[in-house]
Design a protein around this ligand. Sequence first.
Ligand code: HMG
Length: 388
Amino acid sequence: MSVGIDEISFYTSGQYLDLKTLAQHQGIDPNKYYDGIGQEKMAMASLDEDVVTLAANAALPIVERVGTEAIAAVLFATETGIDQSKAAGVYVHRLLGLNSNCRVVELKQACYSATAAIQMACAMVARQPARPILVIASDVARYDLESPGEATQGCGAVAMLISANPRILEIAPEVGNHTEDVMDFWRPNYRTNALVDGKYSTKIYLKSLKRSWENFTEQSSTSYTDLDYFCYHLPFGKMAQKAHSHLARVNKSGQTPEELERQIEPTLIYNRAIGNSYTASMYIGLCSLLENSTEDLTDKRIGLFSYGSGCVAEFFTARVQAGYQQALLPHKHQALLENRKELSYEEYIELYHYANPTDGGEHRLPQQTQGRFRLAAISEHKREYISV
Ligand code: HMG
C-alpha cells in the first residue's frame, strides 16, 4: 500500500506589497529584491486574517470534496501560534464542521513542523488506511521594519490530505535528518516579530542540507541522479538556487546552471508572489511545481528539503502518481493570486503597526478579507471566528 498526498490546496491573503514599492521607499535598486533574493511581492494578512482563517480557507476545497466525516485528525503546523494552550486547529475544526470524533493537535519547530506532521500522518494512515489525515501548515512571517529580513515577509497556508493510495504523490518512507541547537532565527514569547541572524541562517540552512542528504543516502538507495525535481524550503526564491547548486556540488553532478535551474524553477512561481509563509512555504512550492510544470510529471521523482531554523531539517522523496492533474486546483490558485489588491507603502505600514488588543475589551475587526472565514472580533480575550 502506498501513502502520501491525495489533495493539496493553498490560500494566501488578498493583498500584497510589491517589493518595488519597498525598494522605492528605501531608495535602493528594486533588482536587489527581484533578482538578488528572487522575490517580487509579499502577501500581507488583513486585520481580520490570521493563521486560523488562512488555514480554514486553504482546507475548505478539500473538505468540500471529501466531506466532513472522512477526516480522522487535523495536524496543524505553525510558528505563529495565537494561543499558548489551545491549538489553532480546534477553531478550524469548528469552522469546517468536522466530526467531533476527529483528533486535533498543533505542532511547532519553526518552518519544519509541517514535514513532521506529514510524516506522522503517513504513519497514522499506515496503521489505519481508511482514515485520512488533514495536515495544515499556516503562518504569517514578520520581521522588524528596516531590517534585512523585512523584504522576506509574507503569509499563507497549505492544506494536504494524507491518505492510502494517494492520487498526487506517494511519499517514500526513507528520510534523512539533521538537528542542531543553533540561534539563527527565533521568536521569544514576548515578541511579535522574529529575530534573525540572516547571513548565518543561510549558512546553517546549507550545512543542514548537506547533513540531511548524507543521512538520507545512508537510509535509502536513491541517488541524486534518480531525482527529477527538487523542492526546497523557500524563505526566498534565491535560497533554493543556492541550495540546489550546493547539493549538486556535494554530489559532483557536473550539471550546467541551466540544468540546475530547470529542476527547481517551477517550484518558485507561487512563492515569488507570496513571500515566506514559514511552515507552508515548501509545500506551496510543491504545489507550484505540480501546477506549473510544462511537462507531464507522472512517475517523476521529487527530492524535498524541509528546513526549520533552530534547527531541524529533513530530506525525503516522493513519486508523482498517474492522473495527478485531476486532483489539483490550478485555476483556483492562479485566480487567487491574480485578484489581489496591491497596497501602497502607507497602507502596508498601517497594517504592519496594527497590534491585537490585550485589554480584554470588546474589539470588532473591520471586514477586509476576501476569504470565506474571518476573525470578526476579539472580546474578553476570546477570538471570534465566523464564516462570511
Ligand atoms: P541582505 O543583507 O539585505 O542582502 O539580506 P544582501 O545585501 O546579501 O543581498 C542579497 C542578495 O542580493 C546578494 O546576492 C546580493 O549580491 C544581491 P548573493 O550574494 O546572496 O547571491 N543584490 C543584488 N542583485 C541584483 N541587483 C542588485 C542587488 N543588490 C544586492 N541591485 C538576507 C539577505 C537573506 C540575509 C535577509 O533577507 C534576511 O535576513 N532574511 C531573513 C532570514 C532568512 O530568510 N534566512 C534564510 C535561511 S533560514 C530559513 O530558511 C528559516 C526561516 O524560514 C525561518 C524558520 O525556519 O522558521 C527564515
